[in-house]
Design a binder for this molecule. Sequence first.
Ligand SMILES: CC(=O)N[C@H]1[C@@H](OP(=O)(O)O)O[C@H](CO)[C@@H](O)[C@@H]1O
Length: 853
Amino acid sequence: MSLITENISKLAHQHPPPANHIYAYGTAGFRTKATVLDAVLFRVGIIAVFRSQKLDGKAVGVMVTASHNPESDNGVKLVDPHGDMLDPSWEAYATALANTPLDSFASYCTQLANTLKIDLSKKANIIIARDTRPSGDSLLASLKDGIHAVNNGSVQVEDYGLATTPALHYLVRATNSKGTNDEYGEPTINGYMDKMVNAFNGLVQGKPSIAPLKVDCANGIGAPYIHDLNSRLNRVDAPLTLEPVFDDTTAGIGKLNNGCGADHVKSKQQLPVGFSPTPNQRCASLDGDADRIVYYYNDQRGNFKLLDGDKIASLLSVFIIDLVDKAGLSDTANVGVVQTAYANGCSSKFINAQQVPIKCVPTGVKHLHHAAQQYSVGVYFEANGHGTVLFSDEFINLIKNTVPVMPAQQTALQQLIALSEVANQTVGDALSDLLLVEAILIQKQWGPAEWDGLYEDFPNRLVKVTVPDRTAFTTTDAERKLVTPADLQKEIDGHVSKYQDGRSFVRPSGTEDCVRVYAEAQTRGQADELAFKSTIVRLCLEEKIYSDQDFDLIQVDLNMGDNFHPSFLAINPAGTLPVMLVPNAESIKADRPVEYTRISDTKSILKFLSIKRRSIPSLIPLPHLISKSDEFINYLLSGEVDTNFLMLSATSPSELELNSTRAVSYLTSRQTAFDRYRHLCPVDRRSWFESKSKSNMDILDIYRYRYIPPTTTEYPNDNIPSNIDKPVEVILKNRQDFFNASKKTWSNVASFLIKVDNELSSDHLSNTTTSTEQREQRGPWLLGHDLTLVDLIIVAFLARVIADINGSMDDEGLLKLLNIVGLSLCDSLRRFWRSWIKRPSFKRVYLERVAND
Ligand SMILES: CC(=O)N[C@H]1[C@@H](OP(=O)(O)O)O[C@H](CO)[C@@H](O)[C@@H]1O
């Protein structure tokens, strides 16, 4: 037996493994109850030395942490010399070593060293650190025992004590690259902080400050780091201040990740326990080793709003793609986003709409990291907030060597360089992500609601299911489809097909003994997305019994500004909905490419649909009632009671505040669409496009600047943001005009409802006065017994306005509307509404979606 084998054997016996325990080096290294980890840590010490020796003495890292798990857990993971995760081929050796019986352990080590052709006399360099868990100290001692078991006198250990996981990754890369052409930074914690903070300062220099950020440190190692970061940021005129909370790192009192931290916030979709931020206060939570971060806020109505890894990736990718554009590099560089199956469908839709490619990979950061390396700039994030932005070496060379020809290009290049230095290039890093997000928010002067407004998440659920054997579940297509158990996927598909935009998948967890079931569907707030005029057409299709085979229904997402996309403008240059394309029969018969006729005004579409289905009762009014019908239809389509404006309207400062979240969200995503599609807009539509963009921006400004007090003398001056780009008088005047226009529109609604109610209770079938009884019998529709187009238009209007005031599609909903506009009674209108809500067409267009919620 060699001296080393003897030494390993002797020390291994001081760290015996517990009986009947199987360990696996999973997505996050070894992770389990701290009480059964002693032997694992010892053995990881040995594999770390082997790894370093195999790589000619390059430094490898060992981090002792169980990240977001409870305080009683612990874990360990290895870091390769470039600062990334352990090479997957070595995960199997680590697993084998951890599970080898004590008696054969020393000989297995020698055998493994032989197989891997490791020269045990070579030097090794190990960098270690741990998080704040009470078990950390003794586990670190076991790790050191393992390292020294292979010590031939040339094994170097650098112990950084308490550190975050990403800082350790940084230290490993910085140590190995020191003195080379690719020097990553000073290999100290100070160097790590300095690199990020200096680059951040460059990004925000001269920008006005934004509100302080509350940072929940999960009572973990992030706490001292956030305090340190704050003191580094805290210079005169600093645009950012951090306010740490949950920063008690006293070990052993059970506070770590308990009721706080990123995992609590993300998985429970709740604030940390006992934390009550003020409305619109920007907050962030780190996890126990500060490699994850999620943001959130409570809106004005007290609703909790999560800004998770998907929202962070969206914010970053939009910002970066814009800089790459401005730097004149869009043709040479590719920006991509990497997500997992857990990414919310809306985030993928949003990112796709920015023409940024998305790659979906299996869960686990190593997969994301690897895929992101394929892009010039790869943004990767798990929905849980673990991620970063990778800049390829070629791209870094490109931005450093491009000679700018314009000041804007120079700024963009400088900002890209700074971003690449703020972003941790080795692993997801809560601190670095925080600085990236904050730099963008400072540049845009955005609060959380504006950021949140990029898109609205599909509602979703993530459920853990304990099964007897999770290995029975195997998947394909980046874990989005089950291969086994047989037929389960078919069943899932069957369920999913019943939901619009539904998506669901089941996969075995890589870190816990369970399978995870994820589901999302487009069920909330759909009424908002429904264009009033488009639902009239859908009602008409239902009333005239058109089947699915008769038409293709394509939904255009107004929330995302899809109606300003060049492909939509090619169909309808007016950018309005609905629009109908009717294939030209001659072209079909002549067997040439099908030509279409476009019908883009609601009235003509309705007439077309009604006339084409003659066998079914006509919706066209009798000739002598046409002018009456037109009077109502023309009014509703005239814009006097514009439903899109009503949705955004506010008649007073308090309503402005109350509506701000929804309005800012809607207006910001539209503004993003304008900015995105501007250069693609056909020349002859440019001035129209700009006027649309301007009126959108004007209303957005009214909401964004809602904090500016009406008379500046009454309030302290610091209530006025220093970055406003309009004179205060103009802002105040626009706001007042907006209140007036809102009041006028709502009063038009009231007058219109009274008019409809009067009309419904009058008799225009004959000039003779009818008794009340006869009136009751004359049918609930506006023109009498027969349902006509005007009824469709009125009910679609009612449904849209009721949805916008969060009313229900029943009697209560109408009463709520009547109450808001100050009307009572309106019996005939209520009867009209009740008749509608019973109709199958109404149920299909409005209620089936709600039922899915
Ligand atoms: C749904 C989810 O959040 N899964 C987490 C969790 O993996 P599972 O394989 O799902 O247990 O832990 C991993 C390691 O921290 C993390 O990368 C991953 O995102």
